[in-house]
Design a protein around this ligand. Structure first.
Ligand code: C5P
Length: 283
């Protein structure tokens, strides 16, 4: 049995350029992996030919709609191999969070099976299989910071040599990505809420999906404004289509104090985690 880590991501910037003929939106986004990971345990050759999939989170589908199962079947078809696999997924990354959890699990499945089957398919080939699963999946194939264009599947790795400390906050609800993109064009800014790009020596924080999402989920706009007013916060942004809002901290040692204040201010129902960019755990 081999273990593989599937990191979450955040979007440091996400620009929506417009709606395309195929219904997707043309975007340009800078994404970075962060130090919060799901884990996949994979064993080959013990099931007698079939694929068994388990997950410790009962809210995750276990059938053929699961992105890990879809990735495993797609890989085995492409490699001409029997899916004689036992896969167990241990979830840490919440879903409906804009953190790419399901996409990362799928990408990690491709990378893991490429190793376990000794197929040595090039990353470009894995990325094109990954694009069949979802727009964010190819990003995770390259296992590093990147700028992604098209519907998100055109990945240009771009190192992000900065160590930043984050505090991530997700309320108990999730935001459906298709809904967020659909609302984008006709959405309006809420007066008094700051959507402007925040400039830093390492780049900028900006997310064009805040406009449609904040309009319906006003709590997220409030959370961002509250984070920006805290002395530990250098910048704050929603990740992807939400519902996670993150703070970039002035110092890593600020994380515990700010986390305690978030939970006492907004209640213990929030998912609230410290994380890092630039330090990835090892499986
Ligand atoms: O590719 P993925 O399955 O992650 O996308 C989910 C949905 O989000 C798409 O079906 C589409 O409605 C929307 N989307 C979009 N533009 C993108 C990415 C996703 O409109 N660039």
């Amino acid at each position: 049995m081999s273990s593989f880590l599937a990191p979450a991501k955040i979007n440091l910037s996400l620009i929506v350029r417009g709606r395309r003929e195929d219904g997707f939106h043309e975007i340009e986004t800078r994404m970075v992996p962060i130090s919060i990971c799901d884990r996949l345990d994979i064993e080959r050759g013990t099931t007698g030919g079939g694929l068994t999939f388990t997950c410790d989170d009962p809210t995750v589908p276990r059938d053929d709609t699961n992105l890990v199962v879809r990735a495993a079947r797609l890989f085995c078809d492409a490699a001409g191999a029997a899916p004689d696999l036992r896969i167990a997924l241990y979830k840490v990354i919440p879903h409906g969070a804009g953190l790419g959890g399901g996409s990362s699990d799928a990408a990690t499945t491709f990378l893991a099976l490429n190793t376990l089957f000794g197929t040595a398919l090039p990353l470009e080939r894995l990325a094109s299989l990954a694009a069949e699963i979802g727009s964010d999946v190819p990003f995770f194939i390259y296992q590093g910071a990147a700028v992604c264009r098209g519907r998100g599947e055109l990945v240009v790795p771009e190192p992000f040599p900065h160590r930043l400390s984050l505090l991530l906050i997700k309320p108990p609800f999730g935001v459906p990505t298709p809904w967020a993109f659909k609302q984008w064009r006709d959405s309006q800014e809420i007066p008094g809420v700051s959507y402007a790009a925040q400039a830093f020596p390492w780049g900028e924080l900006r997310n064009d999906l805040e406009r449609p999402v904040f309009e319906k989920y006003i709590f997220l706009a409030m959370l961002k404004a509250w984070l920006l007013a805290q002395p530990e916060t250098a910048g704050a942004l929603m990740s992807g289509s939400g519902a996670t809002v993150f703070a970039v901290l002035r110092s890593g040692s600020d994380g515990p104090a700010l986390r305690t204040r978030v939970l006492s201010e907004f209640g213990p129902d929030l998912w609230c985690r410290e994380a890092e960019i630039g330090i990835l755990p090892v499986a």
